[in-house]
Design a protein around this ligand. Structure first.
Ligand code: GBH
Length: 494
C-alpha cells in the first residue's frame, strides 16, 4: 500500500502526467442554453426508470456557468492536465451543418484558462452525447454518423487545434455499444444484442475519420483513442469457465482494441459474422488502424466470468445502474459475471483489485507489439456520500477508501511499466483520475460519486474531499523537470 503521498510521489517518473477527467454531459448542465440542441442522452435520461431515482442531467454540476471556479480548483489541486469532452450539439447543433459560435466560445475560454494556469488540455471529441438528430437517424447503427464525427473533428481542429495538447477521438465505444445498443441501459436505449455489431464498427470508423481529420489539419497535439479494458478472469479451472472468460474478453476487450492496434477484428467475430452482411472493407480497416500517438486505457476493475446463465438474468448494466452488488450479463447469455470472493467493492459493486491494473497493462503489451505510449485516461471509484464533518469550520469528507484505490492503482501502473515489471515494454505517460467532481454518472444518476470534490446537489457548492488534499500532496511532493508540461504542445510530443 502506497497511500502515503510522499511514497507515491517518489515512485513517479519525472515527466509522468497526473490529471483529472470529466465529460461534458456529466458536468455541464445548461442543456438548452446558448444554442445547444439536445443529445440523444437528454431524451433517454428523461425516460421514467432509465436513471436511478429519475435523476436529471439538466443542471448536473452547472459547470457551464462555473467553469472558471472549477479551473481554479484544478489549479489549486496542481494537476498537469485536464481531460474534458466537447459537447457535440453545443458546438454543432444537430450534429451537422453550421457551427454555433456561443458553443465554440465556451471551450475556447476553457482551453485558454487551462493554459493560463499551466494545465494541459486533453479534449475528447466524443464522450457519448450523440446529437439527437443523428440518434434519430439510427445513431451508430448508421454509417453516416461516423462521417458526421469526422466532420466535427475538423471543426474542433480548426477551432482548438493550436492549443489542445492531447486529443481523444472516441471514449469507450465498448460501453456505447454494449449499454446503448445491446442492453438498452444507455442512450439510445436499443436492445439489439448481437445485431448491434455495426454500432461497433461505425464508432471505430468514426475514430478513424476523426483521426484523419485531425491529421489533415496538422494539429500539433498528440492523438489517441480511449478504450476501457477489463482483464477477464475465469471463475475456476473448469474449461467452460475459461472458454466463457475468453468469449467475454473477445466481446468486451479485443473487439475494440484489435481493429485499432492490429487492423483486424478477432477471428471469432469474423467467424460469427460470416453469415451476416457485416464485412468491413480493407479501406475501413486502414482508417481504423492508422498509427496513434498514444493509446488511452480506462481501467476500473477486472471481471470474473463463469459459464452458465447465472443467478437471475439481471444484466450487469442494470445492476450497476441500480447501484446493487448484482452481477450478470445479457439475459440468456451462456455465461455470466460472477463476484470475486472476499473482495472489497465500490458503491457500484465493482471489485477493487489494483493488481489487475498491472495485468491489464501486461496483457496489452503481450497482445499488441506495436502498442503506442499509454495514458490511463480514467481510473477511480464510487463510494457512498460520506458525512461532511465540520470541526471548527473546516469541512472534511473522509474518503480514505478512494485515496487507497487511487494510490494502489497509480503505484501498480507505474511499477508494472518500470524495468523488471510485468508490462515493462509499455511506455506509460500518465494517469487521469475519474473524476474531478461528483457528477451525473449516466444511469447511476448522482448516486454513484467518483469525485475528488463533493458537489452539493442543492447549492452546487464544491467541497474538497480527503482525496483532493491527498492528490494535491502527491503533486506537490514529486520531483518534476524544471519545465512544466503546459502550455506543452512542443514538449508533449518531444
Ligand atoms: C467510464 O465508463 C466512463 O467513460 C465515464 O463516463 C464514467 O462516468 C466512468 O467510467 C464511471 O462509470 O466487461 O461486462 O464487465 C466505465 C463503464 C462499466 C464499462 C463497467 C465496462 C463492465 C462491462 N464501465 N463495464 S463487463
Amino acid at each position: 500500500m502506497k497511500a502515503s503521498a510522499k511514497d507515491l510521489a517518489a515512485l513517479l517518473p519525472s515527466r509522468f502526467t497526473l490529471g483529472v477527467a470529466t465529460a461534458a454531459f456529466q458536468i455541464e448542465g445548461a442543456l438548452a442554453e446558448d444554442g445547444r440542441t439536445p443529445a440523444g442522452w437528454d431524451i433517454f435520461a428523461a425516460r421514467p426508470g432509465a436513471i436511478v431515482q429519475d435523476h436529471s442531467p439538466e443542471v448536473a454540476c452547472d459547470h457551464y456557468h462555473r467553469m472558471p471556479e472549477d479551473v481554479a480548483l484544478m489549479k489549486e489541486l496542481g494537476v498537469d492536465s485536464y481531460r474534458f469532452s466537447l459537447s457535440w450539439s453545443r458546438i454543432q447543433p444537430g450534429g451537422s451543418g453550421p457551427v454555433n459560435p456561443a458553443g465554440l466560445d465556451f471551450y475556447d475560454r476553457l482551453i485558454d484558462l487551462l493554459l493560463a494556469n499551466g494545465i494541459a488540455p486533453m479534449a475528447t471529441l466524443y464522450h457519448w452525447d450523440t446529437p439527437l438528430e443523428l440518434d434519430q437517424a439510427g445513431g451508430w447503427m448508421n454509417r453516416d454518423t461516423a462521417y458526421r464525427l469526422g466532420e466535427f473533428a475538423a471543426i474542433a481542429a480548426a477551432a482548438y487545434g493550436d492549443r489542445v495538447t492531447r486529443w481523444v477521438t472516441v471514449n469507450e465505444p465498448a460501453t456505447v455499444s454494449t449499454n446503448g445498443y445491446m442492453l438498452g441501459m444507455h442512450a439510445p436505449g436499443e436492445t439489439l444484442m448481437l445485431k448491434a455489431l455495426p454500432s461497433v464498427h461505425h464508432q471505430l470508423l468514426g475514430h478513424g475519420l476523426s483521426l484523419q481529420a485531425l491529421r489533415a489539419a496538422n494539429v500539433p497535439g498528440d492523438i489517441g483513442i480511449t478504450n476501457v479494458y477489463s482483464p477477464m478472469v475465469p471463475a475456476s479451472i473448469n474449461p467452460l469457465d475459461k472458454l466463457s472468460a475468453g468469449l467475454m474478453d473477445m466481446a468486451q476487450n479485443r473487439l475494440y482494441a484489435d481493429p485499432v492496434l492490429l487492423g483486424k477484428y478477432p477471428d471469432t467475430i469474423r467467424a460469427a459474422t460470416f453469415f451476416s452482411s457485416f464485412s468491413p472493407s480493407s479501406e475501413d480497416m486502414e482508417l481504423i488502424s492508422q498509427p496513434l500517438d498514444f493509446y488511452g486505457l480506462n481501467y476500473y476493475m477486472p471481471t470474473r466470468v463463469a459459464s452458465g446463465p447465472g443467478e437471475g438474468a439481471v444484466p450487469k448494466g442494470m445492476a450497476e445502474a441500480m447501484g446493487d452488488d448484482l452481477s450478470g450479463t445479457a439475459p440468456g447469455a451462456p455465461f455470466h459475471v460472477a463476484s470475486f470472493p472476499d473482495t472489497e467493492t465500490t458503491a457500484y459493486g465493482w471489485p477493487i483489485k489494483p493488481e489487475y491494473m498491472g495485468v491489464a497493462l501486461a496483457e496489452m503489451a503481450e497482445r499488441y507489439p506495436l502498442l503506442p505510449p499509454v495514458y490511463i485516461t480514467e481510473g477511480g471509484a464510487s463510494f457512498e456520500d460520506l458525512e461532511i464533518r465540520d470541526p471548527e469550520g473546516g469541512r472534511i469528507i473522509p474518503d480514505e477508501r478512494r485515496v487507497r484505490y487511487l494510490a494502489d492503482h497509480i503505484a501498480t501502473a507505474v511499477e508494472a511499466t518500470s524495468p523488471g515489471g510485468a508490462a515493462e515494454s509499455v511506455e506509460l505517460r500518465g494517469y487521469y483520475v475519474w473524476s474531478l467532481m461528483d457528477n451525473f454518472e449516466w444511469s447511476g444518476g448522482y448516486k454513484q460519486q467518483f469525485g475528488l470534490l463533493h458537489v452539493d446537489r442543492e447549492t452546487q457548492e464544491r467541497t474538497r474531499k480527503a482525496s483532493f488534499y491527498w492528490l494535491q500532496e502527491v503533486l506537490a511532493a514529486r520531483h518534476r523537470d524544471a519545465v512544466p508540461e503546459a502550455p506543452g504542445l512542443g514538449q508533449a510530443t518531444a
